[in-house]
Design a protein around this ligand. Structure first.
Ligand code: APR
Length: 167
């Protein structure tokens, strides 16, 4: 898999990515941050579908249609709340792996991630980027060829991801 770090609002990556990943919470009923941005861009039908999913456990991933967004799917995942999750590194690792697995199950070629848990959920950005790096390099893809890590809007976060992924 080719992994590219990009300075990009994930709601604007368009059909470059077959799926975009949403950093949601356990209810899957929306929120702020990237969750809020994705729901605003996708429109109200996204929330209607999310209501049928019966939530999502931390580390797990569930797919919905993308509605007004240009992508084929939105893959919702719930990252660890850094200060209360029993094992934040494992939960965050599982988020990345389970989103990649689900994208392969859907036969997708490309997927875009935000930096999961590094906003409201308080995960230190460098530790999170290292977990992301490990997951991306442990994963053995089936149909997936391209991963975009959409780091936005914080340029410091971009520098950290670029530093870790440049090797
Ligand atoms: N595109 C890409 N990345 C974004 C965007 C965007 N449009 N908007 C925010 N981000 C970045 C944030 O800057 C942060 O680095 O995504 C990262 C994740 O931050 P959050 O969106 O706060 O997600 P998270 O830390 O996983 O917390 C999830 O926040 O929005 C609520 O409902 C959500 O309760 C859940 C919690």
């Amino acid at each position: 898999m080719n992994i590219k770090v990009v300075y990009q609002d994930i709601t604007k990556i368009g059909r470059t990515a077959d799926a975009i990943v949403n950093a949601a919470n356990e209810t899957l009923l929306g929120g702020g941050g990237v969750d809020g941005a994705i729901h605003r861009a996708a429109g109200p039908l996204l929330l209607e579908e999310c209501r049928t999913l019966n939530g999502c456990r931390p580390g797990e991933a569930k797919a919905t249609k993308a509605y007004n967004l240009d992508n084929k799917y939105i893959i919702h995942t719930v990252g660890p709340r850094y200060y209360s999750d029993p094992n934040p590194p494992v939960t965050l690792y599982n988020c990345y792996i389970n989103c990649l697995k689900l994208a392969d199950e859907l036969g997708l070629g490309s997927i875009a991630f935000p930096s999961i848990s590094t906003g409201a959920f308080g995960y230190p950005i460098k530790d999170a980027a290292l977990i992301c790096y490990k997951a991306m390099h442990d994963y053995e893809p089936k149909t997936l060829k391209q991963v975009y890590l959409c780091i936005y809007p914080d340029k410091n976060n971009l520098d950290i991801f670029e530093e870790i992924f440049k090797n």
